[in-house]
Design a protein around this ligand. Structure first.
Ligand SMILES: *Cc1c(COP(=O)(O)O)cnc(C)c1O
Length: 848
């Protein structure tokens, strides 16, 4: 049947027109007053529709809207929100100049916009909200999934089943991107011998536009329409199509909309192909030589790696990839083999069968980072092969620790208290001492009451959920009764919600069934556990963990104290991280790059109990929660898991449970509340997405943007000069022509030194045609390990002291012994300045 499609919007009374504007920008989802504006219209319907504002306005009876249009109290409320909105959004929204483009395969903004799967997406969503709050000139790019990730239900055996409901995109706050003539923008990219088309949509996140690509359009043959159906669904080829669409199609969409970003941020390797589109653009639209374009692009790219787990670091088989890259390389006037080599570490070039998107991203970004202090170290160790000439501490991968968007995750009950007692900037990366001062004025009783209300809401919500899905677990009446009485609103509640991947060890507690059952059956100091989380559809081992939890609870009759909530999503994450007392995290260190749910918990006064991994390794201070110290020396997972689960039970039995039930001062757990307050200070003070985005701005975006300006002015004179210099550097360094002598020490006996002593080091170099100002010669020294390898290194710049014949020079410097210990000393030549240190593999020459 051939039908004509049309949309009918609600007829909103003129007085309430602003509601429609509000529903077209997801800004409302992090402004409690704005949410309240919708809730007041019809609280039950709002909840039923999962907070989808657009659908809600289409569903509310006309009469209710007309009634409110006459209600002066409601209209006043609306005007307050409107003023707020206009102050924060409208002004900046029109500015077309957006220098920073942020690419991600997923964005978790609100549960009503299902285009995310988990932590990576939620982080990206929080990045955009903070960018909006900070009025950063940022535009984001992603894909518009029609079926999102998946909806999780458990069958009667506790086995995960995936459903893929199709989302009605006309109920999402999307507007079609239009060109100057007002036509809807559609872009296309070549896939070997076909074209993949995508319609371009925009979802406004405050004043940040999120550009979304949709392939479910008639221009595409059926198999290509599927490209934007499912997040992380389909096979490798499908994933490749998605990533080509994101990187190359996404960049094309920006250009078609009139954006001309100078900095591109790849959120994970998925977005890596954008570099090819950037090079192609400079070559074809501005007449750059491809090498000049490359020099410009890598120096203004930012790359963030998010996981040390191999499965999270995408690789593509070169056989699969090559036919696609043939086309894109040709467009960019690049040799395809060269492009493929960008994704392979130097030492593997001769036998690699796969290209790594992480390597590709690292090579094509001057600015790269891991997502916590510990993960920065892990990432430097993991990718050190890209820079074979350097020590691990000199691998140019930095860290910017993740953060969470405060206003999106703080419960409305605590919001009120924070507004009253904390510094007015409490949600905007305030100084720690101001937070501490404020939190000390917050009465214990008020904080505890607010938190207990959060726990009660969580229990109410959990019971509803369990009742609605218990039929999947069992058909008996007994189970329905159990569901009704599951959980208690007043007892110690421990939450664990995250992806069920094996390294996260969702079943660590089951290693000691007796100790666990003793806790679950204790009636004097009762404890309950709430679990939630999805396993990847292809991960049977992960699904088995979920099943083990559910079956354990059933077989021991503790379903009321150990519950699993189906279909973890953003809304549930909010309830859990606001309503539990303890947030548990048990990854195998150091595989959790950061983790962000614990930060959401912290800002709500929930206390973390976690392995010292990811963010917690830098957040834990002895007062703001509990650390499972763990043991990195066990090489067998089995041993480590046993050991660490014992530690966890020790903590629960000896510290956590007694602390919670210590009620010497009436019914207030005073020591507990002290920890809650410390947890809040840590969360608000150090782990907000505003802090994170500020760091990206200061350390990455601004220098990258300055670099782009400098490289592109005057007909790219600066970029051209760098290309010429690079050629000389490559010849001298990689051609093996440079030479540096082992350094000698003048006038002193190196074996007998004391702290404070000085000695003079000199060396002779042959520069193979380079000028002395093009290189830096350094004395390189540091403490050594038992193999006499330098581990903690320092470098001292040497000065040229003598020009010798034939391009030979003598360099020297003085070194002061700063600390006692056993040290090693050598010297090296590096390329000077211009961020050559960050290039892959960099330029470095050691004594041979
Ligand atoms: C915050 C969040 C995550 C990430 O939490 P981790 O601590 O990284 O496991 C995953 N899923 C949802 C829905 C979230 O809100």
């Amino acid at each position: 049947m051939d039908v004509q499609l049309y949309n009918v919007g609600p007829r909103i009374p003129e007085e309430l027109n602003f509601l429609e504007t509000l529903s077209d920008n997801i800004w409302w989802c992090w402004h409690p007053m704005a949410i309240e504006l919708f809730v007041r219209i019809n609280p039950n319907l709002w909840r039923e529709l999962g907070g989808n504002a657009k659908l809600f306005l289409r569903t509310v009876p006309q009469s209710r809207l007309e009634e409110l249009a006459r209600d002066p109290v409601y209209r006043r409320h609306l005007r307050v929100v409107q003023a707020d909105f206009e102050r924060q959004v409208q002004k900046d929204k029109e500015t077309k100049k957006r220098d920073i483009a942020y690419f991600s395969l997923e964005f978790g903004i609100h549960e009503s916009v299902p285009i995310f799967s988990g932590g990576l997406g939620v982080l990206a969503g929080d990045h955009l909200k903070a960018a909006s709050d900070l009025s950063l000139p940022l535009v984001a790019v992603g894909l518009l999934y029609r079926q999102g990730y998946f909806t999780q239900v458990l069958d009667r055996n506790g086995w995960q089943i995936e459903h893929y409901p199709v989302s009605e995109i006309h109920n999402l706050p999307l507007v079609r991107a239009r060109d100057k003539e007002g036509n809807g923008i559609t872009i296309s990219i070549p896939l070997i011998d076909r074209q993949l088309f995508a319609a371009v949509w925009v979802l406004w996140v405050g004043n940040v536009p999120l550009v979304l690509l949709d392939t479910e359009i008639p221009e595409n043959p059926p198999d290509l329409r599927e490209v934007s159906w499912r997040l992380y669904g389909g096979d490798k080829r499908m994933r490749l199509h998605q990533e080509l669409l994101l990187g190359i199609g996404g960049f094309k969409a920006l250009l078609a909309m009139g954006y001309e970003p100078s900095v591109c941020h790849m959120n994970e390797g998925h977005a890596g192909f954008l570099s090819l589109a950037r090079i192609s653009h400079l070559v074809n639209d501005f007449g750059y030589d491809p090498n000049v374009a490359l020099e410009t692009v890598w120096r203004s790219n930012v790359f963030t790696t998010h996981t040390p787990v191999p499965a999270g670091n995408e690789v593509f088989d070169i056989g699969l990839l090559r036919p696609y890259l043939n086309v894109f390389a040709a467009e960019a006037h690049l040799d395809v083999n060269r492009v493929i080599r960008w994704g392979i570490p130097i030492n593997d070039r001769n036998h690699a069968s796969e290209m790594s998107m992480t390597v590709f991203g690292l090579r094509l970004a001057d600015y790269s980072n891991g997502v916590s202090k510990l993960h920065g170290e892990v990432a430097r160790e993991m990718w050190k092969n890209l820079w074979p000439q350097r020590s691990v501490s000199e691998i140019p991968i930095k860290h910017i620790t993740n953060g969470v968007h405060i206003a999106s995750w703080v419960s409305s009950r605590l919001w009120g208290l924070y507004e009253r007692y904390l510094t007015p900037k409490w949600a905007h990366n305030p100084p720690l001492d101001q937070l501490v001062e404020g939190i000390n004025t917050l009465p214990d009783e008020e904080l505890w009451m607010a938190h207990e209300l959060c726990r009660q809401s969580l229990v109410r919500r959990a019971r509803k959920l369990i009742q609605s899905n218990v039929r999947y677990l069992s058909g008996h009446g007994k189970e329905a009764d159990l569901a009704k009485n599951a959980l208690s609103p007043d007892i110690l509640t421990i939450g664990f919600a995250r992806r069920f991947a094996t390294y996260k060890r969702g079943t660590l507690l089951l290693r000691n069934p007796d100790r666990l059952l003793a806790l679950l059956k204790d009636t004097v100091r009762p404890v309950q556990f709430i679990f939630a989380g999805k396993a990847h559809p292809a991960d049977d081992a992960g699904k088995k963990l979920i099943q083990e939890l559910v079956q354990f609870a059933e077989s021991h009759g503790v379903q009321d104290r150990l519950v699993f909530l189906e279909n973890y999503d953003i809304g549930m994450a909010r309830s859990l991280t606001q309503g539990v007392d303890v947030w548990l995290n048990t990854p195998r260190r150091p595989q959790e790059a950061s983790g962000t749910s614990g930060m959401k918990a912290a800002i709500n006064g929930v206390i973390n109990c976690s392995i010292l991994d990811g963010w917690w390794a830098e957040a834990y201070n002895g007062e703001n929660g509990w650390a499972i110290e763990g043991n990195d020396y066990y090489t067998e997972d089995e041993d480590r898991d046993n050991y660490e689960s014992q530690l966890l039970f020790n903590l629960l039995e000896n510290e956590i449970i007694p602390c919670f039930y210590e009620r010497s001062n009436g019914d207030l757990p005073v020591r507990w509340i002290k920890r809650m307050k410390a947890s809040i200070v840590t969360g608000l003070g150090k782990f907000s997405s505003e802090r994170m985005v500020e760091e990206y701005r200061r350390f990455f975006y601004e220098p990258a943007e300055a670099s782009y300006r400098k490289l592109t002015v005057d007909d790219a004179a600066c970029a051209k000069a760098l290309v010429a210099e690079k050629e000389r550097l490559v010849e001298a360094f990689d051609g093996g022509k440079l030479y540096i002598e082992r350094p000698t020490v003048d006038g002193n006996n190196l074996t007998d030194m004391h702290v404070g002593d000085k000695f003079k080091v000199s060396t002779q170099v042959y520069l193979a045609g380079l000028r002395p100002d093009e290189v830096e010669v350094e004395a390189y020294y540091g403490t050594v390990n038992v193999h006499n390898e330098i581990i903690e290194s320092g470098a001292e710049k040497m000065d040229m002291v003598e020009e010798l014949p034939d391009n030979n020079y003598r360099f020297s410097c003085e070194i002061v012994c700063q600390a006692a210990g056993r040290f090693g000393l050598t010297a090296r030549i590096k390329a000077a300045g211009h961020d050559w240190d960050n290039s892959v593999p960099g330029f470095m020459c050691w004594p041979r």
